[in-house]
Design a protein around this ligand. Structure first.
Ligand code: FES
Length: 145
């Protein structure tokens, strides 16, 4: 038996792990990518939102992977978006955005927050946790940690 055949038989997941690691390379840092953003990058540290197809109008929001992201203005730059941890600071409820009042609210006990995350009404005692964002047109990247 050849050494390579032995290693593949003994450690089949090692080769698969190496392949997966190569696939997860960030396209934005790939020297062969020429700087083009060809699609969202899958990563456990951040979530990408495509602003060509999502969050098109002020008042639209998405709740995904613990992120609540809201388009608060029509312009196409970072200032048009707010991103929060989608965990209510009172007892962990999942937040929603109410475009009519321009407020974030928690359906569990009714806490309310401004679109900038400041506390308006309890029982929560603090405002929302703002998440770091990065403009990578056509994506807005929200850092999860
Ligand atoms: S969990 Fe949100 S107000 Fe209580």
């Amino acid at each position: 038996m050849q050494r390579r055949d032995f290693l593949q038989a003994a450690f089949p997941l090692t080769a698969l792990s190496a392949l997966c690691a190569a696939c997860q390379k960030d396209a934005a840092t790939d020297p062969n990518n020429n700087g083009a953003n060809t699609g969202p990058v899958v990563n456990n540290d951040f979530e990408d939102f495509d602003v060509r197809t999502q969050l098109l109008q002020p008042g639209e929001f998405i709740s995904r992977r613990g992120v609540l992201i809201i388009r608060i203005a029509a312009n196409n730059d970072l200032s048009a978006f707010q991103a929060f941890s989608n965990v209510c600071p009172h007892a962990g409820g999942q937040l929603q955005f109410e475009a009519a009042s321009n407020q974030v609210w928690c359906p569990v006990h009714g806490s309310r927050f401004t679109a900038a995350g400041q506390l308006l009404l309890g029982p929560a005692a603090t405002g929302l946790t703002t998440l770091r964002t990065e403009w990578r047109f056509p994506f807005i990247r929200v850092w999860l940690r």
